[in-house]
Design a protein around this ligand. Sequence first.
Ligand code: XIL
Length: 344
Amino acid sequence: DSERLKDIFADSYHIGVAVNARQVNSSDEKVNTLIAEHFNSLSPENGLKWERVHPELNRYDFRFGDEYVALGEKIGAFTIGHCLVWHQQTPRWVFQDENNEPLSKDALISRMEEHIEAVAGRYKGKIHGWDVVNEAFNEDGSFRESNWYKVAGKDFMKAAFRKAHEVDPEAELYYNDYNVWNAAKRKGILDFAKEMVAEGIQVDAIGMQGHYQLDTPTLEQIEQGIIDIHEAGFKVMVTELDVDVLPRPRRAVGADLNMNFANSDEYNPYKDGITAEGEAKLAARYAEIFEIYEKHKDKITRVTFWGLGDGNSWLNNFPVRGRTNYPLLFDRNLEPKTEVIEKI
Ligand code: XIL
């Protein structure tokens, strides 16, 4: 029996897991036990994204969310909301009026505020921290030309944080992104987050998603990210940790995202199971990453894994479809990878 993750890191940070719609209300005792024993924070993998929770104008679907917060209460978890404003998994109608014409800035911001009011309002006191805005920056530190930005400029972000705070003043509020280890991107994020704080807007933490590979980013890049976020005055959260063990298809190959890579020997080398060598690389990678996290545990308040077991991971279908990936600490049978866990 391997030790419980949340006990291993009890003196350091919350240990979280992203859960899907089956897992929030599972009849599988193994799933329920694993979640309750190992994790003291939860994230909703997809169920609170705009397309799920607010699929049509004036129609909200809170079935997932209600089960999700109930599970969080049951296991006493620090329960995260993900995410209020993002350019992906957001329906097209959000940006359009009844004639399918683009909304004005004011109308778009009102619609966004209404969404935040409905979703964050419903879970007031039950969701303890929100990813308010997700992935709004480019790699060079400029704002992403999303539908939000194109219509509302930077103000969409300020309005989102303001509204979230107004709706639930007790909730922590986060800005979340990938590749925060990239210095240029991070500078753009932190400069803007500081600008918001200077204007009296509450921003508690910067989420570093942590979708890592075996060799990218470097440990120095991860560490500098943690240090810079802390120095800018924010808590650090690792919000979506996983380690892709498969070779990254080159751009040219990845271009056809609909192609199924299940039969590719080159890009899906562990279709029949990961080799001992492969698992040793995963263990070494997790060990070195957690060594950095532990070194900076005074700055980090949460580390969340993006999925429970390997079979649940989005990395089986990203960046190309149909592969067999091994990015997490529990395998496809939801058995702990004891060799990996022992080393972290
Ligand atoms: C992913 C989910 O894991 C997938 O199931 C879904 O198909 C796409 O989104 N950054 C984020 C997460 O902030 O919401 C994404 O989750 C992974 C990348």
